[in-house]
Design a protein around this ligand. Structure first.
Ligand SMILES: C[S@@+](CC[C@H](N)C(=O)[O-])C[C@H]1O[C@@H](n2cnc3c(N)ncnc32)[C@H](O)[C@@H]1O
Length: 176
């Protein structure tokens, strides 16, 4: 990212990543579905005083902004969005041509940790029925890549950090 970049972070939580990255870019908007998360993030930035860092409530599952950004970040978010393709289309709408989408998302693997994760996820709908868990749907690394490829994006960097169950790290550039 460049010192002049306008950056949007989706699902920023309490703003920990935003507070670290914002000093490196031109303007940074941290967003989250949760008013409570945003209130904490604002409090944290009131102590830090980073003038070009703002926090706002925003639901990627329902809305898109007409403003376009040089970079859009989504860390540990995409598995929480009910319609992943629709969310990716919204991200595409909010990203400038040539801009980068940087994501880290938990995915299934075929080792024992992946199998254990599938077993845990099988219980989530039951917990949800009792209001004890948020929506979550984990996919595989090939499926996640195929959805990003479908947008015509070029993958610049990829990796699994940590390796298992993989948190798939992807840096993908939108075509100009
Ligand atoms: C697992 S936390 C990750 C927080 C932070 N990005 C991190 O990596 O530490 C997921 C965050 O995404 C937010 N979130 C969930 N669904 C969302 C949605 N549809 N739109 C925006 N944020 C959402 C949650 O409120 C939560 O703060």
């Amino acid at each position: 990212m460049l010192q002049t970049d306008q950056v949007l972070e989706l699902g920023c939580g309490t703003g920990s990543t935003a507070l670290v990255l914002a000093p490196c870019v031109g303007a940074y908007l941290g967003t989250d579905l949760s008013d409570e998360m945003i209130a904490i993030a604002r409090e944290k930035n009131a102590a830090e005083g980073i003038a070009h860092l703002r926090f706002d409530t925003f639901d990627l599952g329902a809305h898109q902004m007409d403003q376009q950004f040089d970079a859009i970040l989504a860390f540990n978010l995409l598995h929480l969005v009910p319609d992943l393709n629709a969310a990716l289309r919204r991200i595409d709408h909010m990203l400038k041509p040539g801009g980068v989408f940087i994501s880290k998302t938990i995915c299934y693997s075929s080792d024992w940790r992946g199998i254990a994760l599938r077993a845990i996820m099988a219980v989530v709908p039951i917990l949800r029925a009792f209001g004890k868990a948020p929506y979550a749907k984990i996919t595989t690394i090939p499926d996640l890549h195929s959805r990003i490829d479908a947008l015509g994006y070029e993958v610049l960097e990829q990796g699994n950090h940590p390796a298992s169950p993989p948190r798939r790290y992807i840096v993908a550039r939108k075509p100009v």
